[in-house]
Design a binder for this molecule. Structure first.
Ligand code: UGA
Length: 456
């Protein structure tokens, strides 16, 4: 049964949610306070690049998918209102490290003013545990007389690069409802009737809010754990690819999210873990807070360590040309929020390196965020030309199938490859004459006559 849906906030989460609900036959109005962004959503060049998103937007726009700045119009013409505004991390003040909730609260007030019929307000943005009671209170005091609102927690589990597929074929749909709210439960199960029954999980509202933080904390912890072992491998001669393969074969552990490298980035993991640490401290769970703080610290350390490795193996980066392959925080996206590549490039520029950056989607962003000698290239081969060092920072598929004979001939010698994502065939590169420094594996160097194997 099709529904009338309003989406507040047209970032990654809001836009994907909107386009997917529209593609399922619902009537969707998206609202954003940023008029320029709305203009872009209504134009031929959309503000966000996500596989499959543009196709859905172009197919449904101005039919059953609308973009507007008119908040009241969106709320008055919908029965379910998704709050998808950002909840950035607070970087100063007493509550430093917690989520900034002023946008969410502001939206709740606007909804209360505009609503003229019974509505369901859905928390889609990642929020701290207990946020629903704040929303409930704002609505309670500000709704027009006789208007009823229900509150639901429905966090998203979309990963960038696969968000549209993740939405349409979800691993699970989590709906947290308030005790006894059968109306909200019924409407939400109709809205998500496209997902297999067993994947739609109804929980109480607090479990809904916490499960999202818990899921991201588990994923991020796995990455820091495998990177901790990678550090140990580098000191001892063990090989992280072998270790993670063996560990991942245990069905209880599983093989995903065990890739060692330069660590996690993106808009979610760092933010959600910081907020979790804040939440735990607030509840006097100090050791638990330290657990997730360590996950963050290990991750942060990896960026500096990568640059130190360039120093250690190939000498000072000053006056050297470094080819940077990949700038986005992961492949198949143009998103550079908290991307390891940004911090690594900043450190390299501070050391006096010249950078030649290539990333098919995110490359142009390097010029706007980096200060120094940065050339943005239009092909990987242009980026390696005359370079002393090739630093692979995002594992785009196209880098795995490069013509490495051509790359070798274009680079200065000795030609160094620092594979920050363990994406390349290291022994093959060594055979072609490169000096190769992977993560958590021994370095391959021709001059040192094959492999520098470390023993305890
Ligand atoms: C993440 C979660 O995977 C989603 O489930 C969640 O909905 C989303 O955050 C969110 O909270 O909105 P995303 O940030 O898009 O999604 O990216 P991931 O695919 O999880 O990758 C995060 C980072 O971890 C990337 O920088 C990636 O390169 C890194 N990573 C991932 C590793 O370093 N090693 C791995 O084995 C896997």
């Amino acid at each position: 049964m099709s529904k009338r849906v309003a989406i507040i906030g047209t970032g990654y989460v809001g836009s994907v949610t909107a386009a997917c609900f529209a593609s399922l036959g619902n009537s969707v109005v998206c609202v954003d306070s940023d008029a320029k962004k709305v203009e872009q959503w209504n134009s031929g060049s959309l503000p966000i690049s996500e596989p499959g998103l543009a196709e859905l937007v172009f197919a449904h726009r101005n039919k059953n998918l609308f973009f507007t700045t008119d908040f009241a119009f969106a709320v008055k013409n919908s029965d379910i209102v998704f709050v998808c505004v950002n909840t950035p991390l607070k970087t100063s003040g007493l509550s430093q490290g917690s989520f900034e909730l002023k946008y969410v609260e502001g939206v709740a007030r606007q909804i209360a003013r505009a609503a003229d019929h019974e509505i369901i307000v859905v928390e889609k943005s990642t929020v701290p545990l207990g946020n629903a009671s704040r929303i409930r209170e704002i609505l309670f005091y500000n709704l027009n007389h006789g208007v009823k609102a229900h509150i639901v927690s429905n966090p998203e589990f979309l990963a960038e690069g696969t968000a549209v597929t993740d939405f349409l074929h979800p691993s699970r749909v989590l709906v947290g409802v308030e005790d006894g709210d059968d109306f909200a439960k019924k409407v939400m199960s109709e809205l998500y009737s496209f997902a297999p029954n067993e994947k739609v999980i109804f929980t109480n509202i607090w479990s809904g809010e916490l499960s999202k933080l818990a899921s991201n904390a588990f994923l991020a912890s796995r990455i820091s754990m495998i990177n901790a072992f990678a550090g140990l491998c580098e000191q001892t001669g063990a090989d992280i690819l072998e270790v993670s393969k063996v560990v991942g074969m245990d069905e209880r552990i599983g093989s995903k999210f065990l890739n060692a490298g330069i660590g996690f980035g993106g808009s979610c993991f760092h933010k959600d873990l910081s907020a979790l640490v804040y939440l735990l401290r607030q509840r006097h769970l100090e050791e638990e807070a330290q657990l997730f703080e360590a996950v963050l610290q290990i991750n942060k350390k990896l960026r500096k360590k990568f640059v130190q490795k360039i120093f250690e193996h190939s000498g000072s980066p000053a006056d050297k040309t470094i080819c940077v392959l990949g700038f986005a925080f992961k492949p198949n996206t143009d998103d550079i929020r908290d991307a390891p590549a940004v911090s690594i490039c900043e450190l390299l520029l501070e050391e006096g390196a010249r950078l030649q950056v290539y990333d098919s989607l995110a490359g142009s962003k390097a010029l706007s965020v980096l200060n120094g000698s940065v050339k943005v290239c239009s092909s990987p081969y242009e980026a390696v030309e005359g370079a002393d060092v090739l630093a692979l920072l995002t594992e785009w598929d196209e880098f795995k199938s490069l013509d490495f004979d051509r790359v070798f001939s274009l680079m200065r010698k000795p030609a160094w490859v620092f594979d920050g994502r363990n994406a390349l065939d290291h022994s093959l590169l060594a055979k072609k004459g490169f000096n190769v420094v992977p993560v958590g594996r021994v370095a391959f160097s021709l001059a040192e006559n094959t492999i520098s194997r470390r023993i305890d």
